[in-house]
Design a protein around this ligand. Structure first.
Ligand SMILES: [Mg+2]
Ligand SMILES: [Zn+2]
Length: 195
């Protein structure tokens, strides 16, 4: 299966959120080790990327939309790419349609990137990310840099975003060279085997 694009959760994947759980100030946004380089690799490889994040701090009244936008502009500046960011501002009791584990924002991101869900992988740290990916019909890569250990078994799991991105890029390269081999290299006429 080819991965044409990547969706990323934010907190616990890109940045290490404060103990409170909420980034309410640009100064609270701290990149996890290796995460920024991993993002820059994705950007350099020109892979379509979008970020999908629950930001209930907005609904709780401890974060304004304008500060959230400021944090996201900073993130985009750091990466050097204007990746679209989809966020749910609601709290759980709002029972909105967009908060993960609902797949709504993942579908919206896929539509924005113009890619079928089956070509996307969602990278997240939380079981609600896994549920959202499953509901959206997307592959899920778990990273162990977050604070959730209640995942369903048989999940593809990586130590951090850098490891997940390395695997993704390798997979794409492999898929690319398989296509090249199939198109360019004739099979051995005696054995029918391909080199
Ligand atoms: Mg998270
Ligand atoms: Zn929502």
């Amino acid at each position: 299966m080819t991965v044409s694009g990547v969706l990323l959760d934010r907190d616990g994947v890109l940045n290490d959120p404060p103990v409170s759980g909420y980034v309410t100030d640009p100064a609270d946004f701290r990149w996890l080790p290796g995460a920024l380089s991993a993002c820059r690799l994705l950007a350099a490889a020109r892979i379509p990327v979008a970020i999908v994040t629950n930001q209930s701090a907005v609904g709780r009244g401890i974060l304004t939309t304008s500060v959230l936008m400021e944090i996201h502009s900073m993130l985009q500046r750091d990466v050097g790419a204007v990746w679209p960011i989809f966020y749910c501002p609601h709290v759980p009791r709002d029972q909105c349609a967009c908060r993960k584990p609902q797949p709504t924002l993942l579908h919206r991101a896929a539509g924005h990137l113009g890619l079928p869900v089956t070509d996307l992988v969602f990278v997240g740290d939380h079981h609600t990310d896994q549920q959202a990916a499953h509901a959206a019909g997307m592959r899920f890569y778990h990273v162990r840099t977050g604070r959730d250990s209640t995942l369903a078994r048989s999940v593809t799991s990586f130590s951090d975003l850098a490891a997940a991105v390395t695997a993704l890029l390798y997979e794409r390269e492999e898929a690319g060279s398989r296509v090249a081999r199939a198109n360019l290299t004739p099979g051995d006429p005696t054995t029918g085997r391909r080199p």
